[in-house]
Write a protein that binds this ligand. Structure first.
Ligand code: ZN
Ligand code: ZN
Length: 342
């Protein structure tokens, strides 16, 4: 099968042939139809510190995908050949405290598809049945491939009660835009999206965000002060993972507000906790991945309601062999989701 492999500890990847993998008793063999590029894949492609400290080479990467089941492991009873599935990236151990109390997504012994195990930038992939989500027939492959990051947006907003609230989202990458769309759907008074890319801000606006602010052109803290008449945001979602943004983001939060941290910072951050959290009596949430499977049910219901169409967030599709065009575009920080059609 054709596969995109990370095989050298330098920037890039190799498009090559690999044998179709064998599955275990609890796995599915799936034929991949669409696979999206995620921030993690960019790290792996670039081979930066984040990737080199986590990934053992060689690795078949890619973990946001939609596929069709072609073979079912002996112990799997709830999937059949021909089922369409999406993957949750988290492979939970299934028996630790977190796994047995409904928090599989923060399993103590978790592995990540396409980071610790071979992923899905390939024609076929092994998917543990415990990580497979049956896709509704009305959800197209490309959208199915983005349900994983869409779920992060759903999970982030689900921590809060956005109805009638001023919601500010720092970061208008795909997850940021999904979070903005879900906040709008949930009845926010208005949603403000902040980014430094004009293209991404335009996309956020197109997807229904009320106000967009370009942090390159405006002093975002004083702009938000003006917009909210000195009130500040009830809910702030941090999705940039940029250390310099965190303090500004917290400054826009009103006293007694809620801040959701989702973006991954590259190492420890300096945060004015006294003024921005303690004296504000702010509530801080950390969010990672999706709750299995609570978030997926919610994400599916939102898609089936037809009230959100996330497909325009997919701004580019490529053949897998054109990965050398796709990755630099993904790195540019000016596009939405990029999906490989496989
Ligand atoms: Zn991802
Ligand atoms: Zn576990």
């Amino acid at each position: 099968m054709k596969a995109l492999i990370k095989d050298k500890p330098v920037r890039g990847a190799t498009f090559t042939d690999r044998p179709i993998p064998l599955i275990g008793d609890n796995d599915l063999l799936v034929k991949v139809h669409a696979a999206a590029i995620c921030g993690t894949d960019i790290h792996i492609f670039q081979w930066n510190e984040y990737a080199s400290s986590r990934v053992k080479l060689p690795l078949l990467f890619g973990h946001e995908y939609a596929a069709e089941v072609v073979e079912v492991g002996k112990s799997v009873t709830h999937f059949r050949r021909g089922d369409r599935v999406a993957a949750d990236t988290h492979i939970p151990c299934g028996h630790c405290f977190q796994c047995t109390t409904g928090h599989q997504h923060v399993c103590r012994d978790m592995k990540i598809i396409g980071v610790h195990t071979d992923g899905a930038f390939s024609e076929y992939s092994v998917l543990p049945a415990a990580c497979a989500w049956k896709l509704d027939p009305s959800i197209p492959d490309e959208v199915g491939a983005t349900m994983e990051p869409f779920g992060i947006g759903v999970h982030a907003i689900s921590k809060t009660k956005p109805a009638g609230k001023k919601v500010i989202v720092f970061g208008c990458g795909p997850i940021g835009i999904y979070a903005q769309m879900v906040a709008k759907l949930s009845g926010a008074e208005y949603v403000i999206g902040v980014d430094i890319s004009k293209e991404r801000l335009d996309l956020a606006k197109k997807m229904g965000t009320d106000i967009v602010l370009n942090a390159k052109e405006a002093d975002v803290v004083s702009e938000i002060d003006k917009i909210t008449h000195g009130f500040g945001g009830d809910i702030v979602v941090e999705l940039t993972g940029n250390k310099a943004v965190l303090n500004d983001a917290t400054r826009t939060l009103r006293r007694g507000g809620e801040i959701v941290l989702v973006g991954l910072f590259s190492g420890p951050v300096e945060w004015d906790v006294v003024n921005n959290v303690i004296y504000k009596e702010a509530t801080v949430y950390g969010v990672t991945g999706r709750i299995m499977w609570d978030t997926w049910w919610t994400a599916q219901s939102i898609l089936l309601s037809g009230k959100i169409d996330p497909s325009p967030v997919i701004t580019h599709t490529f053949d897998l062999k054109d990965y050398e065009k796709a990755f630099p575009l993904a790195e540019s920080g000016t596009v939405g989701k990029i999906v490989f059609k496989i």
